[in-house]
Design a binder for this molecule. Sequence first.
Ligand SMILES: Nc1nc2c(c(=O)[nH]1)N[C@H]1C(S)=C(S)[C@@H](COP(=O)(O)O)O[C@H]1N2
Ligand SMILES: [Mo]
Length: 323
Amino acid sequence: MNLRDALKIRASEVTDETVYRDRRRLLAVFASLPALSLAGCADAEPPPASRTPVTPAQARAGFSTDEALTRYEDVTTYNNFYEFGTGKQDPSRAAKTLRTSPWTVEVAGECARPGRIALEDLLRGATEEERTYRLRCVEGWSMVIPWLGVPLADVLKRFEPTANAKFVAFTTLADRDQMPGLRVRSINWPYREGLRIDEAMHPLVFLATGLYGKPLPQQNGAPLRLVVPWKYGFKSIKSIVRIEFTERMPPTAWNDLQPREYGFFSNVNPDVDHPRWSQKTERRIAGDGAGRLFPQRIQTRMFNGYADQVASLYSGMDLKRWY
Ligand SMILES: Nc1nc2c(c(=O)[nH]1)N[C@H]1C(S)=C(S)[C@@H](COP(=O)(O)O)O[C@H]1N2
Ligand SMILES: [Mo]
């Protein structure tokens, strides 16, 4: 039985994170069963010898957190998904028109097995897990979200990236009929993001297909979105239709628009201000259930609190320069 079958609970039963919390015990049991296949993560592209690869135990320490979860209602109604409008409430109102099934992903570029693949086939063989991660938006707010999904590395390795695959580029669907926001030239559509290959293969990087034990709502990037917890939220690209292995650093949507404000790396860093605001603190959106948002200002942490896991990826890099 896979995790999803184990979790076949009617949506009506899962009303808030309190009910959900009880089910986490069940999830924990299932999550502990299969091998997390962390050790093999670096196989496809070993990091340079100067970098100390993260150990499976170190990586696992980043897979969950005791911090208060952001309420389901807030995770699903306070969103950035410009394809559906630039307002925080726009995606939850407008994204119902996004057809998430059938869904096909094109895999291209520097790999032995390129092609178009149905989402079910893309995920076949990968073990579904739960990861509770902090999400820190470059705008200065953050959430704690329990995602359901698979490690990106497990999916990428099946396409056998070649030695020329130095980066991975991701593209979001751009369909004017389904995405009213595309009529606004806020960014150069389609939305694109990218990672260096060793970042992409890092065990923390996740392809989410659900949250709170339920299928991903459209506004959160259904049916498949990236989650890179140590980088600003805009790197976590939604509703992915294309994955390309590239030799050159790929162009990315926010960087194209404002290179001075949004770097390719965009690792969370409280010591490097955004040109228009400080990044030292963030509004943590973690409600107690009595009202909508209960924003608390907290200190932002280096690499969003994942420095133990990821700092070694950037040894030798000037993190101020590479914002
Ligand atoms: N395709 C696409 N992906 C996107 C965005 C977007 O506008 N379009 N917004 C990004 C930003 S700025 C953030 S903070 C996160 C927000 O994810 P959430 O709405 O699930 O919290 O999605 C990111 N992924
Ligand atoms: Mo963001």
